[in-house]
Write a protein that binds this ligand. Sequence first.
Ligand code: UD1
Length: 429
Amino acid sequence: MDRIRIVGGNRLNGTIPISGAKNAALPLMIAGLLSDETLILDNVPRLADVAQLQRILGNHGVDIMSAGKRSGDQQYQGQTLHISAADVIDTTAPYELVSRMRASFWVIAPLLARMHEAKVSLPGGCAIGTRPVDLLIMALERLGAEIAIDGGYVIAKAPGGLKGADIEFPKVTVSGTHVALMAATLAKGTTIISNAACEPEISDVAECLNKMGARVSGAGTPRIVIEGVTKLHGARHAVLPDRIETGTYAMAVTMTGGDVQLSGARPELLQSALDVLTQAGAIITPNNAGIRVARNGAGVGPVNVSTAPFPGFPTDLQAQLMALMACASGCSQITETIFENRFMHVQELARFGARISLDGETATIDGIAKLRGAPVMATDLRASVSLVIAGLAAEGETMVNRVYHLDRGFERLEEKLSGCGASIQRISD
Ligand code: UD1
């Protein structure tokens, strides 16, 4: 199993290209199931989760062609996928595939909407809390689906097709909103989603669905209105830049010091995180090519932050912020309000000497002057990268074990960081 070895202490200087967003690419690929014509997606990141979803979609009969390199392509240019679901030959998504990636459960929405049936295994994915699917099922039932759970599978049927409905989510859910949105595009009549998630990845999917002929308005606000259509057609869409990757590298630079251009990043996708970093002492300068992040001389200041749905501070940057605060000059508090078990990185950060105490959903971090490198274990996707950030700033050697989590969500992490002067390498056993 691969490991990553880091020798900390180098400042980061240079340019890091930001890849397409994993959390938009996955639902966009799934949306390809809604049409019998080809959906072309540009700027798809090269990630293990994308490859895994390709296998899952292939099992339903979807052909996916990945275009090769073109002259003039940039070094880190995302891939272009041609997704063609002309014939859906199987409406079952088996346990062996779905259990490896939670988002693959979302295939239930296009399968039901287009094929009027789906049998999808209950999901797996990162072990951050219980992560149920009750609200996804509620939304599909509101749209007229009959749903049974049997042998670990959700079996959904809509013999006469789905029907538009009012869907009000009792809590903000990204997965619930994606599923309701995709399913409603082919339902008869109007669907109104209230208390919808406002994450930029929802807007990106809605934009692509509209290019495919859907009639969606209000995406990016808590009220999304969808007028159902009978058929969606082919389209071409470029995945938006990854705001979590952007925020992660911005935190790395704030922690190590230095000056890095995050090329292709869009500040409006993570304003709350950029504000927190400014408060912590980073100099953030949006420009035409992306965002420049620098920290020179001055130390890292403490902050108090609660995670929240967009536009609040993202839960997917919580672990990275905690690594940063571990060497702030003072005491910080970070409260996690989205997932109940998302503090697995705390005990690993403690191996670097970080002083963190937990009380329910709040972590109190007593900053220390210098972390020390250590052998650590990656536990989930975002927690893993917090250990990399800590390792970059720590004195001495850090070995991050179980890095397959990182490969699920960060494209060529070691290359991007070593290109800016970090001492980081992958060791394959
Ligand atoms: C998505 C992101 C993930 C991010 C999260 C919150 C993808 C592929 N993943 O995850 O990176 O951390 O949004 O921004 O886009 N919930 C229920 N019942 C449900 C569904 C959700 O109770 O049926 C709860 C969850 O347990 C959690 C909260 O709602 O406490 C938010 O979950 P949700 O927004 O759905 O997260 P995901 O879509 O799984």
